[in-house]
Write a protein that binds this ligand. Structure first.
Ligand code: BJ8
Length: 429
């Protein structure tokens, strides 16, 4: 197995108030997991080297950039949901970072205070702050939470004791009054960001930020389109990693690197080169976001000889499928089109949520997948219940389907492996 190390920056961690001894163990574990899950893959595109380096520097180089930005007075905002309008933060010269919530390691810290029977993503995220084992959490000026689900909504009240946590009310329906509420929330968010940064956001600032984030989303759309080729030019694991890095990398650089990778993938497609043979089963994943370093399902599916060709998820297409109209130039119209774009996010917190059911089938067709794997986290009521409708839609369309409900522990790996192998046999026919 290739050597890989997540770099250590103990002095900086110390200054940030991280529990260095514990965090260093987590760093080593992440490095060996990454080497065995990622670097063992065959035929990887060479331009994945940038993203490998982003993982190597996840607790160092990128954190240094955030610390430097803060010294310049630029706000650093931690987020947990794709509903947070990052264009507003970027317009104020700030940085949005998606905070970690995909690891089993921080859950015991959370369970000292939070109930055990809530979503592992919420516990993992809270545990990172409570245990002081995430430099990103230590560096943010404040955290922006939202009211998408009960577990998150109520955890923010407890998290606020450890780090300033401000909550946006996300509407749960899509009527005109809901859009009006959301527009008010976006305006209040803008005031908050202006307050922290001491910078009044102009229409030009917002226009520039909208372009930056649209370009990031366009690069991810391009990557998704390339994955529809057979053989797939990139693995699902690598694509998922890129979608995860999208939440903490500098957006202009990130878009450049994704586009450079896509250039290489286009060459591969021309030559008929892939990461798996053309007869490998092609699977699309739909459901709950897989926060870094949650690679469990992708790893199981691809280790079993299939390839994942799309993620209908917030760490996936829900984050980048919609762009903001760039053809308006006054602040009121900009906030209006921004609000429209965010209202298209079809999170399962909405009711009714027919758009998502249609979107899953649309993405399935576009990805040229041969089956859908629905993924929910334990205790996520909205995704677990909405799964009923996704399953019905798949039955109606004759799409091979598997539903998985899991958490971050390794305990169910054997059982999942058996179910995934049976599902792949069904696809192979
Ligand atoms: S817009 S999907 S990122 S809320 S899995 S914490 S819902 S109990 S993640 Fe999400 Fe925003 Fe929606 Fe997307 Fe709660 Fe469910 Fe846990 Fe969840």
């Amino acid at each position: 197995m290739a050597d890989f190390e997540v770099k250590a920056y103990p002095e900086m961690w110390q200054e940030l108030g991280v529990d260095v001894a514990r965090f260093d163990k987590a760093r080593q574990m992440l490095g060996s997991a990454y080497a065995s899950i990622y670097l063992s893959q065959l035929n990887r595109p060479t331009r994945m080297d940038y993203f490998d380096n982003m993982v190597a520097e996840i607790h160092g180089g990128r954190v240094q950039e955030l610390v430097a930005a803060k010294k310049e007075g630029r706000p650093v905002v931690g987020t947990f949901c794709v509903y947070i309008p990052e264009e507003v933060v970027v317009a104020a010269g700030g940085i949005c970072v998606g905070l970690c919530g995909g690891s089993q390691g921080s859950i015991p810290d959370a369970e000292k205070i939070l109930p055990r029977n809530i979503c592992p993503m919420v516990k993992s995220a809270y545990g990172f702050k409570a245990g002081k084992i995430c430099p990103y959490f230590q560096v943010v000026d404040f955290v922006y939470g939202e009211t998408t689900c009960d577990a998150k909504k109520k955890t923010w009240e407890i998290l606020d004791r450890l780090v300033p946590t401000h909550v946006m009310e996300i509407p749960q329906m899509k009527n005109k009054r809901d859009k009006d509420l959301w527009l008010d929330e976006v305006k209040e968010f803008k005031r908050k960001v202006e307050g922290v940064s001491g910078k009044k956001i102009s229409a030009d600032d917002l226009a520039a930020a909208i372009k930056v984030i649209n370009n990031k989303r366009r690069a991810l759309q391009r990557l998704t389109r390339l994955r529809a080729n057979n053989p797939a030019p990139i693995s699902g694991k690598d694509a998922l990693l890129i979608e995860q890095i999208a939440f903490y990398d500098e957006p202009v650089r990130f878009a450049e690197k994704v586009n450079a990778l896509c250039d290489e993938l286009e060459e591969r497609v021309k030559k008929g080169e892939g990461v798996m043979p053309a007869d490998a089963p092609r699977v699309m994943v739909a459901g709950v976001p897989m926060a870094l370093p949650n690679w469990k399902v992708h790893n199981l599916v691809e280790t079993a000889g299939a390839v994942i060709v799309g993620e209908e998820s917030c760490i996936g297409s829900r984050y980048f499928k919609d762009l903001i109209d760039e053809n308006v130039s006054d602040m009121d119209s900009q906030l209006d089109v921004l609000t429209d774009r965010y209202m298209k996010i079809d999170c399962s917190c909405f009711t009714p949520n027919d758009e998502r059911i249609d979107q899953v089938i649309k993405e399935y067709r576009e990805s040229t997948a041969q089956g859908i794997l629905h993924y929910s986290l334990q205790f996520c009521h909205t995704y677990n219940i909405e799964e009923i409708r996704i399953k019905e839609a798949c039955q109606q369309e004759g799409i091979p389907y598997l539903s998985i409900e899991s958490d971050y522990s390794p305990e169910d790996v054997g059982q999942l492996q058996t179910r995934i192998e049976a599902f792949l046999e069904q696809i192979r026919g």
